[in-house]
Write a protein that binds this ligand. Structure first.
Ligand code: G3D
Ligand code: MG
Length: 177
């Protein structure tokens, strides 16, 4: 059986933890001194998983991560097009990054309306949390997202976030997309 092939993109304001989440997921590491470069970087993840009917399946996920401080404009074109999945990250210590989630979502829906989306509350390991968990229910009722709370630092919920996206993408798009 041919593997599923998916494009997954990282979205969200600068320094919310996009690159750290991608690294945690694809390499299992956390780098304190990651240096941003210009352009986008790519990581490939191979997955073996079980379908609801018990059969096994394989997926290849190409994760796109834009480098540096992203703007909506530079993100819109190639980057968002053809994405099967996206995660929009905000930093729980910075409410302004939470308020921008809906803007990222709107821009994404213009380019990839069928995309499966996760809204990710990152940096939950920090004690200076300013955005409470209750926003999860608000977000899920407001826009069509899966809400997940993560820490790229400790790794909490990171695999869960990515596997939820892949599971739903398999359900929505089926094989050979
Ligand atoms: P970005 O790709 O969205 O711009 P980065 O964000 O992944 O580069 O992360 C920005 C900063 O936040 C980095 O700090 C990184 O170490 C930190 N960070 C990312 N995720 C977490 C997390 O879950 N918990 C904590 N405590 N910090 C996190 P520096 O200081 O290296 O610039
Ligand atoms: Mg980055």
């Amino acid at each position: 059986m041919r593997p599923y092939l998916f494009k997954l993109i990282a979205l969200g304001d600068g320094t919310t933890g996009k690159t750290s989440l991608v690294k945690r997921y694809t390499e299992g590491t956390f780098q304190h001194d990651y240096k941003a470069t210009i352009g986008a970087t790519f990581a490939l993840k191979h997955l073996d998983f079980e379908m609801d009917n018990g059969s096994s399946a394989k997926a290849k996920v190409v994760v796109w991560d834009i480098a540096g401080q992203p703007s909506f404009r530079e993100m819109r074109s190639r980057y968002m097009e053809g994405a099967s999945m996206a995660f929009i990250v905000f930093d729980v210590t910075r409410p302004d990054t939470f308020l921008n989630v809906a803007n990222w979502y709107g821009a994404l829906m213009k380019k990839s309306p069928d995309c499966i989306v996760a809204a990710v509350a990152n940096k939950i390991d920090l004690t200076e949390r300013a955005v409470p968990s209750e926003v999860g229910g608000v977000l899920e009722n407001w826009i069509d997202v899966i809400y997940v709370e993560t820490s790229a630092l400790t790794g909490e919920n990171v695999d869960h976030m990515f596997s939820e996206l892949v599971k739903r993408a398999v359900q929505r798009f089926g094989p050979e997309n």
